[in-house]
Design a protein around this ligand. Structure first.
Ligand code: R1P
Ligand code: URA
Length: 284
């Protein structure tokens, strides 16, 4: 890609003259304001198959994006690849090509708490920042919280999936093995039982992107939410079956898409009010 280095105040953004972003390969007009996000490009394809209509995928490096409509609402799905650093690049560059985006992450994760099992869904109220990508933007004590509107929409939508679900805190790590206390033949983690420790703090589940997404979205005033399918019971050291994985992934996708539908309705009911409140139901 032929790039320009465009100075916007103190911000340096690499893009082409038409605004196509350096890593994600997207230009203004190619992304919808509702953006579903996941790590796995294969999941993005599964999401796009459920759109009413979909444009051709745009792939650049590990980022794969499909834009279309779901139940009449313009929506994009972006696979970011794994990790908080990939998410940082996605959020920063997406902020340059779409106005006021809403991000809904549809991920997979491991459960810390014994009452959470493989196949369940967890809607995150916030995320413990155990990664360090976000610390290059904010203080250690900065809270990574989901937008209340995204949480409400996800809770409404998750009920419709029929899956067992939970609302709780998530921990976001910068790796899958050492950072999540997984012992493998050659690589012993420094911290033996982070899942057990996090369970005592009532932290439901672990994944890798939520806290960087919530932090960056909050800094910019964007909405962000997350729902994850549980694919590992860390308290029992048990991984999900292949059939279970396919089902929980589809439940998670449906929950994310349903949340977009709910948010679009909430936005309509809100009119010019800045925050969605339950009283708006009375007017709708
Ligand atoms: C690790 O297996 C990956 O799965 C989870 C983690 O956050 C990490 O990206 O999310 P995705 O299923 O969205 O990739
Ligand atoms: N993704 C993670 O990051 N951790 C898990 O345990 C499962 C999926």
């Amino acid at each position: 890609m032929k790039t320009n280095s465009k100075q916007l105040g103190s911000a340096e953004i690499m893009s082409t003259a038409e605004g196509r972003q350096y890593h994600i390969g997207l230009a203004p007009g190619e992304v919808a304001p509702f953006i579903l996000m996941c790590g796995d490009p294969a999941r993005a394809e599964k999401v796009a198959r459920l759109f009413d209509e979909a444009k051709a995928p745009i792939a650049h490096r590990e980022y794969v994006t499909v834009t279309g409509k779901y139940k009449g609402v313009p929506v994009s799905i972006m696979a970011t690849g794994m990790g908080p650093d990939n998410t940082e690049i996605a959020v920063v560059e997406l902020s340059q090509v779409v106005k006021n985006p809403t991000f809904i992450r549809i991920g997979t994760s491991g459960a810390n708490k014994e009452n959470i099992s493989n196949g369940d869904l967890v809607v995150s109220s916030g995320a413990v920042r155990l990664e360090n990508t976000s610390t290059y933007f904010v203080h250690e004590g900065f809270p990574a919280v989901a937008s209340h509107e995204a949480v409400l929409a996800l809770l409404e939508s998750v009920k419709r999936t029929g899956a067992k679900f939970h609302l709780g805190l998530t921990a976001s790590m910068p790796g899958f093995y050492g950072a999540q206390s997984r012992t493998t033949p050659f690589f012993k983690p420094r911290f033996k039982d982070l899942p057990g420790e996090l369970a005592t703090m009532n932290v439901s589940n672990n994944e890798m992107e939520g806290s960087s997404l919530f932090t960056l979205a909050a800094m910019a005033g964007f909405r962000a939410g997350m729902v994850c399918g549980i694919i590992a019971e860390r308290h029992k050291n048990r991984f999900i079956s292949p059939e279970g994985l396919a089902k929980v992934e589809m439940d998670c996708i449906k929950c994310g898409l349903g949340a977009v539908e709910v948010l679009a309705k909430m936005d309509k009911a809100r009119g010019s009010e800045p925050y969605w409140t339950p009283g708006m139901l009375l007017k709708a």
